[in-house]
Design a protein around this ligand. Structure first.
Ligand code: DNO
Length: 353
């Protein structure tokens, strides 16, 4: 287990590498070139610079989140082959820089979705929350402004304004893409990149859909055990794996995360650990990390990761905004640092049992 924190890079993140370095037990960061666009080949020099910067601060670059996938690949357009070539070139360059884990998602149009980025909790902190009834009332074209309103000027991952300006066009692109087609397009992509992943020992870790059900009638294919198993079986190479995101999978109370950890043993390449509070069907708040404060058994999750020999990067996922911090929603320093301490504490106790 390699305890890390997500870092968006200089100029994008309010948290510095120096601060991250001072969180006990955090040894690495998960980062990206945040200003690249899906489909673009990442420049060698920029990858090297990013890595050197992280290492100069005494940290390890433990993986990339995300190398985003161009929509033509998800939709399955003829132009996808060129974009897959570009993706392979980016993977090659990452491999040459000794970077071995890449997180990505295969969600159409929107990445993660929330109805509120600043829901006030009784203790005065704020959290991200989701309410299907509210989302149903949002006109998709206004979705960006509704997210931006409470983002304190930060560009949210997956909600880049240039992309959202094309939201109508994107919906149009996906109109004939159902679950099966999206799944086949994912398999096509994975099969094409596997030889490069093998050559450079790059573990691909698909991020589950968040929340774990279809939103705005768009297909979602990484939502629960059966679908994930199907994806892993379709491309059985061990380099084709999963990001175990407990908050995304845990948004659906029917998902048994501990059971999934055992079922996907050896194929979980990255873990995002956080807690959620189930309020009603289709309605949840993001909770502080400890088991007692949410609906998920975080101890059981860490124990299952430990007992199945998980050895990849792990990061405390989304935190609340506490102590008057102003940061990218979900990605402040303080609550995630508390999360890192809690998760490493659990790990130590579990390891000594
Ligand atoms: C949100 C994140 C997602 C995730 C991507 C992976 O906070 O969990 O944006 O990074 O889906 O590609």
């Amino acid at each position: 287990m390699d305890m890390t924190l997500r870092w968006y890079g200089k100029g994008f993140d309010s948290v510095s590498l120096k601060q991250i370095r001072q969180i006990p037990m955090v040894k690495g960061v998960i980062t990206t070139l945040y200003d690249t666009t899906p489909g673009e080949v990442w420049k060698k020099e920029r990858i090297r610079e990013m890595k050197q910067d992280v290492e100069a601060h005494g940290l390890k670059l433990s993986g990339i989140e995300s190398v985003n996938i161009h929509d033509d690949i998800k939709v399955g357009l003829p132009s996808r082959d060129q974009y897959i070539e570009n993706y392979i070139e980016t993977l090659t360059r990452l491999g040459e820089e000794d970077i071995h884990m890449v997180c990505y998602n295969f969600m159409p149009v929107f990445d993660w979705t929330r109805s509120d980025l600043k829901k006030m909790l009784p203790d005065g902190s704020t959290c991200l929350s989701y309410d299907q009834e509210l989302v149903d009332k949002i006109n998709v074209e206004n979705m960006l402004s509704s997210m931006e309103e409470k983002a304190d000027g930060f560009i949210l991952p997956g909600w880049e304004p240039e992309r959202m300006a094309r939201v109508k066009e994107l919906f149009e692109m996906y109109k004939d893409v159902d679950e099966e087609k999206l799944f086949q397009n994912l398999v096509y992509f994975l099969k094409a990149i596997m030889p490069t992943c093998k050559k450079y020992d790059i573990r691909m870790a698909i991020h589950p859909d968040d929340p774990a059900w279809p939103v705005f009638n768009l297909p979602r294919i990484i939502t629960g055990k059966e679908k994930i198993q199907r994806m892993l079986n379709a491309v059985p190479d061990m380099e084709n794996g999963l990001t175990l995101c407990t908050g995304s999978l845990g948004s659906n109370p029917n998902n048994d995360i501990i059971d999934m950890i055992h079922a996907f043993k050896g194929r979980i390449h990255f873990a995002h650990v956080r807690n959620v509070n189930h309020l009603a069907p289709g309605k949840f708040d993001e909770a502080p990390h400890p088991t007692e404060l949410g609906s998920l058994d975080i101890y059981g999750i860490m124990k299952a990761l430990h007992d199945t020999g998980f050895d990849g990067p792990i990061r405390p996922d989304h935190g609340r905004m506490i102590w008057d911090e102003v940061a990218m929603p979900g990605y402040g320093l303080y609550d995630r640092a508390l999360g890192a301490r809690y998760l490493s504490g659990l790990w130590e106790a579990i390891s000594k049992k």
